[in-house]
Design a protein around this ligand. Sequence first.
Ligand SMILES: Nc1ncnc2c1ncn2[C@@H]1O[C@H](COP(=O)(O)OP(=O)(O)OP(=O)(O)O)[C@@H](O)[C@H]1O
Length: 281
Amino acid sequence: MQTLTTQATSHLLGDLPFLELRDVTKSYRTAKGNYTVLEGVNLSVKSGEFVSIIGHSGCGKTTLLNLVAGFFRPSQGEISLENQRITAPGPDRMVVFQHYSLLPWLTAYENIYLGVQSVYRPKSEAEKRQVKQIVNDHLELVGLGDAANKKPKQLSGGMKQRVSIARALAMRPQILLLDEPFGALDPITREELQDQLLDIWRQSKVTVLMITHDVDEAVYLSDRIIMMTNGPAATIGEILTIPFPRPRKRTMLMEDPQFFTLRNECLSFLYDRFALDVNHD
Ligand SMILES: Nc1ncnc2c1ncn2[C@@H]1O[C@H](COP(=O)(O)OP(=O)(O)OP(=O)(O)O)[C@@H](O)[C@H]1O
C-alpha cells in the first residue's frame, strides 16, 4: 500500500505549499440578508496535483472555484498561490466552463490566439511568431491541428471543449480550474476527453482543480477527491485519496475492486451521510 501511494503521487512537484485556502468563508448579499455559502474551508493543494470537488447541487463548488480564480474575494480567510494572496483573476489561473464560452465569429485558432496575445502582448515580428507557435502547439496538444480554421459551429461539443482547454493551457497557467468540463458531452465523448485530459495534464504538469458530478470520473482522474457538505455554510466534509498509480488505464481500473470501494465511499458520503432532504419546503 505504501509503495502504491508513493508511485501514485510521484508526479507531484515537491511538498511545498502551492495553493492554500485558509479558513475561507464566503457570504453573498441577497435581498433577504447575508447568505453564507461556504464556511471555514481549509485546503492545501500540491503543485501538479489533480484534485476533484464533488458535492450536491448548490453547495458552493462553483463559488469555491470562483474564489480561487479571483473572480470574488472571500468574506473571511484567505487564498494564496505560492504564498501570494489571490485578490484578482490572473493568467496563472485559467477557468474552463461547461459551455465552452468560445467566441462564435472566430476560428479555433483565433479563439486561442486572442487569449494568448492578451497575456504576451507581442510587438516584434519574432514575438508574434512565438505567439503563433504557442497557439499551434496547443491546438496540436489537444489533437485539433487540422481544425484550426473551423468556427465553433463547425465543431462538435467535444472539439469545442478541447479548444477551450487549449485556450486555457496556452496561457501557461499554474492552475487549471475546470467547472464540470464534460457535463454537456455524451458518455463516449466524455470518456475520450477524460483520457485526453489525463495526457495533457501529464505533459503540461499543470495543477488541476475540477468540479464534477460524476463520481466515476472523479475516481478515475484524481489524486484526491474533495467532498463538500451541504449548504448553507458548506465546508469540506472529507477528502478521499486515490491511490492508483499513473499512468492509469481505464479498463484495468474498472476491473479493480478498490475502484468500487472508493466509488462507494463517495456515493455513501453523498447519498447516505449528506443526502439531500428532498421533502423540505
Ligand atoms: N452571486 C450570488 N449571489 C447570491 N447567491 C449566490 C450567488 N452565486 C451563487 N449563489 C448561491 O450560492 C449557492 C451556491 O452556488 P454555487 O453555484 O457555488 O453552487 P454549486 O455547488 O456550484 O452548484 P451546482 O452544482 O448546481 O453548479 C447557491 O444557493 C446559489 O444560489
